[in-house]
Design a protein around this ligand. Structure first.
Ligand code: PEP
Length: 234
């Protein structure tokens, strides 16, 4: 399974290093899990990791360097050998106002450089309430300008109403959306939205779920390791 931790705006540089070292130690005896950690930009550093532990950026601007106050580009990522990026997360779309056009531009830039991209899609509550057809229509709009044939692409379906709310999508919800997306795009597809120790095994066992992208429940290293343990044989 692919298991990814999104730190969002949590952890210091020091606690990020502790987290990564502990997870790395754990993975020395688990070569089956494919694990990603997305620390804050200030938590990025040079990390010596096993091959199935990848450190990525939660965000970066589509530039090598330049005058983009508050942003980082590939010059900063290259310093630490970062070649993985999260694009299209719902907090960037809905809280920080990134448009599909900006997201597509960022995607094209990082694709061109061969980055591994975890690309997030998902609908807000008012769309979910209109039914599956509208949900899929909304989700497909989030593929506009995105090359879904890109070899280094992982998708993450994250319903906005399930992120950080404690409300997880039902098995049926996940099954419906995942099977529809997989029918169109043959890429690994993670589920995200209030995944935790108590539900991760059940969610990862659903058809067409290739793993989980986890925020809140992944920030405690012991819990994240439990999550990796619970899913490694699925
Ligand atoms: C996320 O940030 O991608 C996420 C799924 O958050 P949470 O697990 O807290 O819902």
């Amino acid at each position: 399974m692919i298991i990814a931790s999104n730190f969002k705006t949590n952890h210091t540089r020091k606690s990020t290093r502790e987290f990564i070292e502990v997870v790395n130690e754990h993975l020395k005896t688990d070569s089956k899990s494919d694990v990603y950690v997305f620390p804050t930009a200030t938590g990025l550093d040079e990390f010596e990791t096993v091959s199935n532990l990848n450190i990525g950026a939660q965000n970066a601007y589509p530039t090598q360097k330049g005058s983009f106050t508050g942003e980082i580009g590939t010059e900063q990522l290259d310093e630490f050998g970062i070649k993985t990026i999260l694009i299209g997360h719902s907090e960037r779309r809905h809280v920080l106002g990134e448009s599909q056009e900006e997201i597509a531009k960022k995607y094209a830039f990082y694709k061109e450089l061969g980055y591994k991209i975890i690309y997030c899609i998902g609908e807000p509550l008012e769309v979910k309430e209109q039914g599956l057809e509208q949900t899929l229509e909304y989700v497909y709009e989030q593929f506009v300008g995105i090359d879904t044939n890109y070899e280094n692409l992982i998708l993450a379906y994250e319903p906005v109403w399930a992120i950080g709310t404690g409300v997880t999508a039902t098995t049926q919800d996940i099954q419906d959306v995942h099977s529809a997306i997989k029918g169109k795009i043959d890429k690994p597809l993670l589920y995200g939205g209030s995944v935790k120790v108590a539900n991760v095994a059940e969610i990862c066992a659903i058809d067409n779920v290739d793993g989980a992208l986890i925020g809140t429940a992944s920030w405690v290293k012991e819990d994240f390791i439990k999550i990796i343990e619970l899913t490694k044989d699925i």
